[in-house]
Design a protein around this ligand. Structure first.
Ligand code: FAD
Length: 334
């Protein structure tokens, strides 16, 4: 592998129903900064059906160029078709760095691409930088239960690939009317070549929650005693227009679904306000919410570890306190 042949920072642009995923815009912001440090260009890879208009959006969020694979075959995300397009693009244009959002689509595609390319993949990155003297990508992520940050380098192979958690990087403000280069690509791929068929898209009956995009999260833990006690969390969340979060123990007890879990094996969240109620503050929970703007903890144990991470703490019985503050918010919000 001739490493000198690999130039440029790329971002896989995730899109659904004609909308670019927020994480892709965040990665364009981070990618621009990396590209400037490497004195190279930033490109997006956009795969989908009727996505030309979105290519302009990608440029307006910082890309110098966009590789576009626009074909009905890419209407729905499928590992095989997207992987083949990405592999062809990488082989033809040879990026130095390739970033994906750590969403279910991004993780699936990145790991499929990594199995075919002779290179590695750093998963669930929360920090990106470039090493001064070598120019290598420094991809950092929490390790050993969040007790240390591990910085992972890919020294001998290209591209250097990473998935990056949503809501960690900052998108640039949109530069309306920005100009960039669109490179239309296609590969010889037919429907018959793809083993997966999408027969029907069934909307889930429960409301889809995007906890990682919430501005306010009201999270509850085992301290609420049971599913009945946990109702006070829903009531406060409804009053504030917030999303409900939960510790792993609550999810494992079946009080609420896994999509609500915050922490190492759940979502990483950075809302403006995070309520941690009846949650002890185990490190595996803390790593998922410690970067929230304002953390308010309610726990009956004054020595609970959650108070170390909180900006404000209330010591007492959540089953008494939460209904009281819910009523107060109801009155204040009209
Ligand atoms: P507990 O630890 O039981 O804490 C309950 C708290 O409620 C206590 O602090 C108690 O003082 C308080 N309390 C009790 N009664 C009341 C009351 N009436 N009013 C107010 N407070 C009260 N955990 C996660 O959350 N997310 C993860 O992603 C995650 N991933 C993990 C991954 C691994 C590999 C491992 C080993 C563990 C992981 N855990 C995770 C589990 C984690 O270690 C803790 O076990 C879990 O977070 C504890 O949940 P909890 O705080 O709800 O319960």
């Amino acid at each position: 592998m001739n490493m000198e042949d690999y130039r440029g920072v790329w971002v896989f642009i995730e899109e659904k129903d004609g909308i670019v995923a927020p994480v892709s815009l965040e990665l364009l912001g981070a990618g621009k900064w990396l590209a400037e440090k490497r004195k190279t260009e930033l490109a997006g890879v956009l795969i989908g059906e009727n996505v030309q208009e979105l290519a302009q959006t990608v440029v307006e969020y910082g890309a110098d160029k966009v590789y576009v694979y626009d074909d009905p075959i890419y209407r729905f995300y499928r590992t095989e078709s997207y992987m083949k397009a990405m592999l062809a693009c990488v082989e033809k244009y040879k990026p130095e760095i390739l970033l994906y959002g750590a969403t279910s689509t991004g993780k699936d595609l990145a790991s499929a691409v990594a199995t075919d390319l002779p290179t590695g993949l750093t998963a669930d990155t929360t920090q990106l930088d470039v090493e001064e003297d070598t120019g290598l990508l420094l991809a950092s992520r929490p390790a050993f239960g969040g007790n240390i940050m591990a910085t992972i380098l890919c020294k001998k192979y290209r591209p250097q690939m990473a998935t990056v958690r949503p809501k960690v990087m900052k998108a640039l403000s949109r530069n309306n009317g920005a100009t960039g280069e669109f490179i239309h690509e296609s590969i010889p791929i037919k429907e018959e070549d793809i083993r997966t068929k999408v027969l029907e898209i069934v909307q889930t009956t429960t409301q889809r929650i995007r906890i990682d995009e919430a501005d306010i999260i009201v999270a509850g833990g085992k301290g609420l005693g049971g599913p009945l006690g946990f109702q006070v969390i829903h009531q406060l969340a409804n009053t504030l227009g917030a999303v409900v979060g939960a510790s792993r123990d609550v999810v494992e007890a079946g009080w609420i679904g896994h999509h609500h879990q915050v922490g190492q094996t759940g979502a990483t969240v950075t809302p403006k306000i995070y309520f941690a109620i009846g949650i002890s503050g185990a490190i595996q929970h803390i790593v998922g919410m410690q970067n929230s703007g304002l953390i308010i903890a309610i726990n009956k144990d004054p020595a609970a570890a959650i108070f170390q991470a909180a900006h404000y703490g209330i010591v007492g019985d959540a089953l008494t306190i939460v209904p009281m503050i819910t009523e107060a918010f109801k009155i204040a919000l009209g």
